[in-house]
Design a protein around this ligand. Structure first.
Ligand SMILES: [Zn+2]
Length: 185
Protein backbone atom coordinates (compact mmCIF):
# COMPACT_ATOMS: atom_id res chain seq x y z
CA UNK A 1 0.00 0.00 0.00
CA UNK A 2 1.59 3.25 -1.10
CA UNK A 3 0.86 6.27 1.02
CA UNK A 4 0.52 9.65 -0.63
CA UNK A 5 2.37 11.15 2.31
CA UNK A 6 5.51 9.35 1.23
CA UNK A 7 5.41 10.46 -2.36
CA UNK A 8 4.11 14.02 -1.99
CA UNK A 9 6.56 16.57 -0.66
CA UNK A 10 3.86 19.13 0.16
CA UNK A 11 5.62 21.95 -1.71
CA UNK A 12 2.62 24.16 -2.50
CA UNK A 13 0.50 24.94 0.53
CA UNK A 14 -2.28 27.30 1.53
CA UNK A 15 -3.61 28.26 4.94
CA UNK A 16 -6.89 26.59 5.72
CA UNK A 17 -9.19 25.57 8.58
CA UNK A 18 -8.76 21.97 9.59
CA UNK A 19 -10.30 19.67 12.17
CA UNK A 20 -9.14 16.66 14.11
CA UNK A 21 -11.68 14.39 15.76
CA UNK A 22 -10.79 12.82 19.06
CA UNK A 23 -13.62 10.54 20.08
CA UNK A 24 -16.64 12.84 20.30
CA UNK A 25 -14.57 16.01 20.52
CA UNK A 26 -13.36 18.15 17.64
CA UNK A 27 -10.20 20.19 17.62
CA UNK A 28 -10.48 23.08 15.12
CA UNK A 29 -7.25 24.61 13.99
CA UNK A 30 -5.64 26.70 11.32
CA UNK A 31 -3.09 24.81 9.29
CA UNK A 32 -1.13 24.88 6.08
CA UNK A 33 -2.73 22.44 3.72
CA UNK A 34 -0.99 20.86 0.73
CA UNK A 35 -2.59 21.90 -2.57
CA UNK A 36 -1.42 18.68 -4.27
CA UNK A 37 -2.55 15.98 -1.84
CA UNK A 38 -4.90 17.87 0.45
CA UNK A 39 -3.14 16.89 3.68
CA UNK A 40 -3.24 19.36 6.54
CA UNK A 41 0.32 19.77 7.79
CA UNK A 42 0.78 19.28 11.52
CA UNK A 43 3.41 21.74 12.80
CA UNK A 44 5.13 22.23 16.12
CA UNK A 45 2.81 25.19 16.68
CA UNK A 46 -0.25 23.02 15.97
CA UNK A 47 1.10 20.39 18.37
CA UNK A 48 1.37 23.00 21.15
CA UNK A 49 -2.13 24.34 20.46
CA UNK A 50 -3.46 20.79 20.45
CA UNK A 51 -1.99 20.08 23.87
CA UNK A 52 -3.36 23.30 25.30
CA UNK A 53 -6.78 22.39 23.88
CA UNK A 54 -6.53 18.88 25.29
CA UNK A 55 -5.71 20.26 28.75
CA UNK A 56 -8.79 22.51 28.57
CA UNK A 57 -10.98 19.61 27.48
CA UNK A 58 -9.94 17.62 30.50
CA UNK A 59 -11.30 20.44 32.67
CA UNK A 60 -14.40 21.31 30.62
CA UNK A 61 -15.41 17.85 29.32
CA UNK A 62 -13.98 15.21 31.67
CA UNK A 63 -16.95 12.95 30.91
CA UNK A 64 -15.90 12.76 27.24
CA UNK A 65 -12.73 10.83 28.04
CA UNK A 66 -14.50 7.60 28.72
CA UNK A 67 -13.98 4.09 27.46
CA UNK A 68 -17.57 3.04 26.93
CA UNK A 69 -17.27 -0.69 26.95
CA UNK A 70 -14.42 -3.03 27.60
CA UNK A 71 -15.56 -6.63 27.95
CA UNK A 72 -13.23 -8.60 30.20
CA UNK A 73 -13.48 -12.19 31.28
CA UNK A 74 -14.53 -12.56 34.91
CA UNK A 75 -11.19 -14.12 35.89
CA UNK A 76 -9.33 -11.03 34.64
CA UNK A 77 -11.76 -8.76 36.52
CA UNK A 78 -11.09 -10.77 39.69
CA UNK A 79 -7.36 -10.45 39.10
CA UNK A 80 -7.69 -6.65 38.56
CA UNK A 81 -9.56 -6.35 41.85
CA UNK A 82 -6.96 -8.41 43.66
CA UNK A 83 -4.18 -6.25 42.24
CA UNK A 84 -6.04 -3.08 43.24
CA UNK A 85 -6.48 -4.32 46.79
CA UNK A 86 -2.84 -5.29 47.09
CA UNK A 87 -1.73 -1.85 45.89
CA UNK A 88 -4.31 0.23 47.79
CA UNK A 89 -5.81 1.27 44.48
CA UNK A 90 -9.03 0.75 42.54
CA UNK A 91 -10.12 -1.66 39.83
CA UNK A 92 -10.48 1.21 37.33
CA UNK A 93 -7.01 2.50 38.14
CA UNK A 94 -5.72 -0.96 37.20
CA UNK A 95 -7.35 -0.74 33.75
CA UNK A 96 -5.94 2.75 33.30
CA UNK A 97 -2.50 1.43 34.36
CA UNK A 98 -2.71 -1.35 31.73
CA UNK A 99 -3.28 1.29 29.06
CA UNK A 100 -0.57 3.55 30.38
CA UNK A 101 1.88 0.64 30.57
CA UNK A 102 1.25 -0.14 26.92
CA UNK A 103 1.01 3.33 25.44
CA UNK A 104 3.25 5.46 27.68
CA UNK A 105 5.86 3.27 29.41
CA UNK A 106 5.86 0.97 26.39
CA UNK A 107 7.21 3.75 24.20
CA UNK A 108 10.52 3.36 26.06
CA UNK A 109 10.44 -0.42 26.48
CA UNK A 110 10.23 -2.24 23.21
CA UNK A 111 10.79 -5.77 24.62
CA UNK A 112 7.86 -5.25 26.98
CA UNK A 113 5.56 -4.30 24.10
CA UNK A 114 6.79 -7.24 22.05
CA UNK A 115 5.95 -9.55 24.95
CA UNK A 116 2.46 -8.09 25.26
CA UNK A 117 1.82 -8.13 21.50
CA UNK A 118 2.65 -11.83 21.45
CA UNK A 119 0.20 -12.70 24.24
CA UNK A 120 -2.84 -14.79 23.39
CA UNK A 121 -5.13 -14.28 26.38
CA UNK A 122 -7.29 -17.13 27.45
CA UNK A 123 -10.87 -16.35 28.28
CA UNK A 124 -11.99 -17.82 31.55
CA UNK A 125 -15.51 -17.14 32.74
CA UNK A 126 -18.21 -14.91 31.27
CA UNK A 127 -17.41 -11.48 29.83
CA UNK A 128 -18.10 -8.54 32.12
CA UNK A 129 -18.58 -5.09 30.56
CA UNK A 130 -16.63 -2.21 32.13
CA UNK A 131 -16.88 1.54 31.59
CA UNK A 132 -14.35 4.02 32.96
CA UNK A 133 -12.68 7.38 32.55
CA UNK A 134 -9.16 7.69 31.25
CA UNK A 135 -6.70 10.56 30.88
CA UNK A 136 -6.87 12.68 27.69
CA UNK A 137 -3.31 11.65 26.85
CA UNK A 138 -4.20 7.94 26.81
CA UNK A 139 -7.51 8.73 25.08
CA UNK A 140 -5.60 10.32 22.18
CA UNK A 141 -3.26 7.31 21.93
CA UNK A 142 -6.18 4.89 21.80
CA UNK A 143 -7.95 7.07 19.27
CA UNK A 144 -4.99 7.15 16.88
CA UNK A 145 -4.45 3.38 17.21
CA UNK A 146 -8.11 2.82 16.47
CA UNK A 147 -7.74 4.79 13.23
CA UNK A 148 -4.53 3.04 12.32
CA UNK A 149 -5.98 -0.46 12.71
CA UNK A 150 -9.52 0.42 11.68
CA UNK A 151 -10.99 -0.64 15.02
CA UNK A 152 -13.18 1.26 17.44
CA UNK A 153 -11.72 2.64 20.65
CA UNK A 154 -13.41 0.00 22.81
CA UNK A 155 -11.76 -2.74 20.77
CA UNK A 156 -8.33 -1.16 21.11
CA UNK A 157 -8.74 -0.68 24.88
CA UNK A 158 -10.03 -4.25 25.30
CA UNK A 159 -7.18 -5.65 23.22
CA UNK A 160 -4.57 -3.92 25.38
CA UNK A 161 -6.17 -4.46 28.78
CA UNK A 162 -6.85 -8.16 28.38
CA UNK A 163 -3.33 -8.84 27.14
CA UNK A 164 -1.61 -6.82 29.85
CA UNK A 165 -3.78 -8.36 32.58
CA UNK A 166 -3.27 -11.83 31.24
CA UNK A 167 0.53 -11.36 31.04
CA UNK A 168 0.61 -9.95 34.58
CA UNK A 169 -1.65 -12.72 35.90
CA UNK A 170 0.66 -15.39 34.45
CA UNK A 171 3.67 -13.30 35.50
CA UNK A 172 5.15 -13.44 32.00
CA UNK A 173 8.54 -11.72 31.92
CA UNK A 174 8.38 -8.61 34.09
CA UNK A 175 4.83 -7.64 33.24
CA UNK A 176 3.46 -7.91 36.79
CA UNK A 177 6.16 -5.67 38.26
CA UNK A 178 5.75 -3.21 35.37
CA UNK A 179 1.99 -3.10 35.86
CA UNK A 180 2.30 -2.48 39.58
CA UNK A 181 4.80 0.24 38.79
CA UNK A 182 2.38 1.86 36.29
CA UNK A 183 -0.29 1.67 38.97
CA UNK A 184 1.63 3.69 41.52
CA UNK A 185 3.14 6.38 39.25
ZN1 LIG B 1 1.15 16.99 -0.30
Amino acid sequence: MESQKLTCEHIKTKVTQATKNIGRLTFDYEARCCIECGNALWSQDTEEKFHTWLGEQRRVNPDKFVIQKVALSSSLVAFANELALRNHSTEYAVYQACLSLYFVLGAFRKPLIETIDAIVPRFEGPLVPKQFQISPKIFVKINSNARLFDLDMNEVASWVIERVLWAAKCDIDETLIELEYALVV
